[in-house]
Ligand binder design. Structure first.
Ligand code: ADP
Ligand code: MG
Length: 692
């Protein structure tokens, strides 16, 4: 590994700055991908590629030079460049210095008669005749033609103290020194089949493409590479799980499952039955379960999870049920009471608001095996909680957790079964990318008797009128605002401010406020009051987005609805329509609704099913946020973008299957490089032990 200082022009100081960008070696620099490209060709036809930016470049002869003082200490160096077609005034600005001539270099280079290239910012975007100069190059300068002008040039993410020009120069040097050594580890057959560039050519073309066509090809190659490595890692991770042995076996005894079913008061839907069957058969198999249960909001995932937990308990094991928020964990705890009181099952709730003494007791009883099921938030688990015999981990609303966290949980119960659940339906490609190591069960069908939630656009007055009508009938309402505190800049309404106002508007009802910054104790009390019907209106932020189940709540008012992603809107809407009374979702918009915003609201109104919504393009554009893709860092792609590159992802998956069929353990000599790369990227990160 060559350290960066090996390259000419990089001393200790610059090496340190480059270190800030995460660059330590020459190879790091080679794979430091441009963020976009600038088109600095004079006569280029626009190529209409979103990652190429057209900028203003002139070539001509300097015909006039003037050095001026402007107001104060500002100095201006004015040049007039004759391009043959027109004359342009190009001005260069500097702060005056009493110690040296700030325009020394310009005065030397930009003499009258000199032939130059100028890159600048037009003062009026329509005309190129008055520019603020940014860079210039003398026409005879061969190196400039290589890296800076008359071509497409790369634009890298920067840090203070490093210039774009410098980055281009060292990137070129890195290419000259090391590009040849960037051997290709990708299966040659797949590359040929997909018509993809070899790695070395792709690398050169990615930094300094000859044209947009070449650049597109280079990008494709690296997008494919990135996705291929990921889906291959998923497949290996999954196989690793399948090859592990749990070392114990289950029997379906039914001494808990039967009374539980009797107590439910409803029949499982056929989707629920199917999911439970798959889960039970996973649990009875020799290798650990790794399954995702995907079901639209309100489809009844909790009782499926409960069935699985009871199977574990019937067999003398322990289970843990994890929720992403305290509010949700509390809710689940109440549900457990509802369905399990009277059965021989011990369960406990552990969140960060449980008092230390109580917590200590729970921890001891867990270790002694006296608690069968622990319900908690993720954070509650991280602090030295040990089980005697953990057999099943259920993670609710999985989209909030990442693979790494999932792996960490696995360590809690060696080879325990794992069931993860999500109410965010995702397109197939995204499932394969995000949960490539999991089996899938889907609840499509809703429990009987559900009426679809009526979704309408409404003015605030109309929305509040409907809230009032429902309150009169004894129902409850959520009123959601996008931010906790006033945010004048974006013109968004806030929970805190509106709460005061709404107390006045709904004088005859109890109005409460819920948001993430309240102390846990208070959050719990407010939620309890709403669940029990003590309060009628809950003014809240998106904290109530996941999981909350209050069947008596029938109205959801979403303010500044244009601001939410489609997935979030659907989740929020899913809070109502959970009981026999039906539900209404009222979308109140602000004054500035973008085109995308109104597309989302239209989609939401016309479509009741999360599965259908998730196939829509506009869903995907916002899905990255709700699914926490950025949050949990599994998807920190360098160049791929799943909402755009689905087709390459499919290709990568097909090619992966072919490869693993031919060489299941990547032991063939031609795959040695590939195996090394996988270990480097995913060995530690995903605990891929089979490879080493
Ligand atoms: P989600 O899948 O969104 O987590 P829940 O598990 O909270 O949904 O279930 C929503 C509501 O539907 C709960 O009140 C639950 O008791 C009820 N429910 C679940 N399954 C059925 C069923 N088969 N028939 C009737 N009601 C059901
Ligand atoms: Mg749920």
């Amino acid at each position: 590994m060559l350290p960066l200082q090996y390259l000419k022009g990089i001393g200790p100081k610059r090496a340190e700055l480059l270190g800030k960008l995460g660059l330590e070696t020459v190879d790091d620099l080679l794979f430091y991908f441009p963020r976009k490209w600038e088109d600095r060709r004079l006569d280029a036809k626009p190529e209409n590629l979103p990652f190429i930016e057209k900028i203003t470049v002139l070539k001509g002869r300097i015909v006039l030079v003037k050095d001026l003082y402007a107001s104060g200490r500002l100095r201006i160096f004015k040049t007039v460049v004759d391009t043959g077609a027109f004359k342009a005034e190009v001005s260069w600005f500097k702060r005056h210095s009493p110690r040296f001539d700030v325009f020394g270099l310009l005065r030397k280079d930009l003499k009258e008669g000199a032939e130059v290239w100028v890159v600048g910012e037009p003062e009026d975007p329509l005309f190129k005749t008055r520019l603020r100069g940014e860079e210039y190059y003398l026409d005879g300068d061969a190196a400039a033609r290589l890296n800076h002008i008359a071509r497409l040039i790369p634009v890298y993410p920067l840090t203070a103290g490093l210039s774009s020009k410098f980055m281009r120069e060292i990137s070129r040097k890195a290419l000259e020194e090391r590009a040849g050594a960037a051997g290709d580890f990708m299966p040659a057959g797949s590359l040929a089949k997909r018509g993809l560039l070899d790695r070395v050519s792709a690398l050169r073309a990615l930094h300094f493409p000859a044209n947009g066509f070449q650049l597109t090809a280079a990008r494709r190659r690296f997008i494919y590479e990135e996705l291929f490595l990921m889906v291959l890692a998923w497949a290996l991770k999954r196989r690793q799980t399948l090859r592990a042995l749990k070392g114990f076996s289950y029997e379906i005894k039914k001494h808990l499952l039967t009374p539980f079913k009797e107590r439910l008061g409803f029949e499982f839907t056929s989707d629920q039955k199917r999911a439970i069957n798959s889960i039970f058969s996973d649990m009875r198999s020799a290798s650990p379960m790794a399954r995702l249960l995907e079901g639209d909001v309100g489809s009844g995932k909790t009782v499926v999870a409960l069935s699985a937990l009871l199977l574990a308990v019937e067999n003398g094991g322990q289970g843990v049920f994890l929720a992403p928020t305290e509010i949700l964990a509390e809710q689940h705890y109440l549900t457990f009471h509802k369905f399990l009181d009277g059965l021989k099952v011990n369960f406990a709730l552990l969140t960060s608001s449980v008092r230390p003494k109580e917590k200590q007791k729970i921890i001891e009883r867990l270790a002694a095996g006296e608690i069968d099921i622990l319900i908690g938030t993720h954070s509650a688990l991280e602090e030295g909680v040990k089980f005697k015999n953990l057999r099943l981990t259920v993670i609710d609303e999985q989209h909030r957790f990442g693979v790494r966290q999932r792996a960490a949980l696995r360590l809690k119960g060696d080879k325990a079964d794992m069931l993860v659940m999500t109410a965010t339906p995702i397109p197939r490609t995204l499932f394969l990318a995000l949960y490539g190591d999991l089996e899938l069960s889907v609840l499509k069908e809703m429990p009987p008797g559900r009426q679809p939630v009526k979704t309408e656009l409404a003015g605030e007055d109309r929305a509040f009128e409907i809230v009032r009508e429902e309150l009169l009938k004894g129902r409850q309402a959520y009123i959601v605002y996008p931010v906790i505190e006033e945010d004048g800049a974006r013109g968004l309404k806030s929970v805190k401010e509106q709460f005061t106002r709404l107390k006045g508007i709904f004088k005859n009802s109890c109005v409460d406020m819920l948001h993430g910054r309240l102390p846990s104790e208070l959050k719990k009390k407010i939620m309890d009051d709403f669940v029990s019907g003590k309060s009628g209106v809950l003014v809240a932020t998106q904290v109530i987005e996941v999981g909350i189940d209050v069947p008596n709540a029938t109205v959801m008012v979403i303010n500044n609805a244009e601001n939410y992603g489609l997935a979030s809107l659907h989740q929020l809407r899913g809070r109502v329509g959970r009981g026999k009374h039906g539900g209404k979702c009222l979308l109140v918009t602000g004054s500035a609704v973008t085109k995308d915003g109104s597309l989302r609201l239209d989609a939401l109104r016309s479509c009741a099913s999360g599965f259908e919504l998730s196939e829509k393009d506009i869903y995907m554009r916002g899905a990255g946020d709700i699914m926490g893709l950025r949050q949990h860092g599994d998807m920190d792609f360098k160049i791929a973008d799943l909402s755009r590159d689905a087709e390459l992802l499919e290709a990568a998956i097909a090619d992966r299957e072919e490869l693993l069929h031919a060489d299941p353990d990547l032991r063939a000599p031609q795959n040695a490089g590939l195996r090394r790369k996988l270990i480097e990227l995913y060995g530690k990160k995903w605990d891929l032990i089979d490879l080493s």
